[in-house]
Design a binder for this molecule. Sequence first.
Ligand SMILES: [Fe+2]
Length: 287
Amino acid sequence: MQPAVKAFFDDATNTISYVVRDPQGSSCAIVDSVLDFDYASGRTDTRSADEVIAYVEAEGLKVEWILETHVHADHLSAAPYLQERLGGKIGIGENITIVQDTFGKVFNEGTEFQRDGSQFDALFTEGDTFMVGQMRGEVMHTPGHTPACLTYVIGDAAFVGDTLFMPDFGTARCDFPGGSSENLYNSVQRILALPEETRIFVGHDYLPTGRDEYKWETTVAEQKASNIHVGAGASKDDFVSMRDARDAKLAMPKLILPSLQVNMRAGQMPQPDDNGDVFLKVPVNKL
Ligand SMILES: [Fe+2]
């Protein structure tokens, strides 16, 4: 079964969002949406999400799921906005509770911030299945970049989030709290054990030197043959030392502080104050 996949690329955060559609009907799922956010002014914008909405409406699609591969640290999720406009259930990995616990502390959240994942409509675990029309989706727990990362396999398409990137860029960083390069290596081996012709849709593309257009679709066979970090049978030891050394030099993503506070709440802003105003925090010297 081959779902039709429409990709939306966000230049500001190098994120790819997907609409995955049942070719036999009108059901679809949205994977990893983006709410635009200008940190300097504190302003949100729905331009990216509106493009997805326009596509869904023009094609007459019915949104059944709004899926997150993980709590993104580089962009805000538009899941609640999409849900209000289009319907669908918001799903994420059950280890979101670990992420909520970690960042609940980092952001000194009060007791009104629930750390049980209840902000989401569905918490998935390894081996769970879900339906998008007649298409069956399967959940793989693929931790490493974060402890809650999932890969959604729908027909011959795998939405791997931030695990593997395009073969010439390699893999995702593993240095956020709860991340682990060893876990990422193990997760990647499981993704690479999917059938060779499986289409892999990545969560980001950063245009490595030597390439002049963004790409987001590859296959298991291509990744096995040529992924610069894990292809051609790279060993776990080599991967772990390469990944950890590289991560030690990476700066934090520009939007990590607002992204975590919003995304750990399933894309909702923190509760407004008595005047109805909403604030995000900047914890000093915490990350
Ligand atoms: Fe990420």
